[in-house]
Design a protein around this ligand. Structure first.
Ligand code: ZN
Length: 81
């Protein structure tokens, strides 16, 4: 089973891959409506929004936490340097 290179989510079914395509190495949550992968800034922004909603952190702290998480993922190791 592949895990998403951009958020680390395990992708158990084809439907969880971007565009339902098992060849894609990122998941539906990390794809834009056109199927391309979100940029570092887009993903950091959506992840920060998620952290604000689920953990109640303020925006600044959530963005910091999001970027720290992303630094561990293969898609962003280069971008986060
Ligand atoms: Zn993902």
């Amino acid at each position: 089973m592949k895990t998403c290179i951009a958020c680390g989510m395990p992708m158990a079914t084809a439907a969880e891959h971007a565009m339902g395509d098992p060849e894609k190495n990122y998941c539906v949550h990390c794809a834009r409506p056109d199927g391309s992968m979100q940029s570092y800034e887009e993903k950091a922004d959506s992840l920060a929004g998620f952290i604000v909603r689920t953990q109640g952190l303020d925006r600044e702290a959530a963005l910091h936490a999001a970027k720290a998480m992303m630094a561990k993922l293969p898609a962003w190791r280069e971008a986060a340097k």
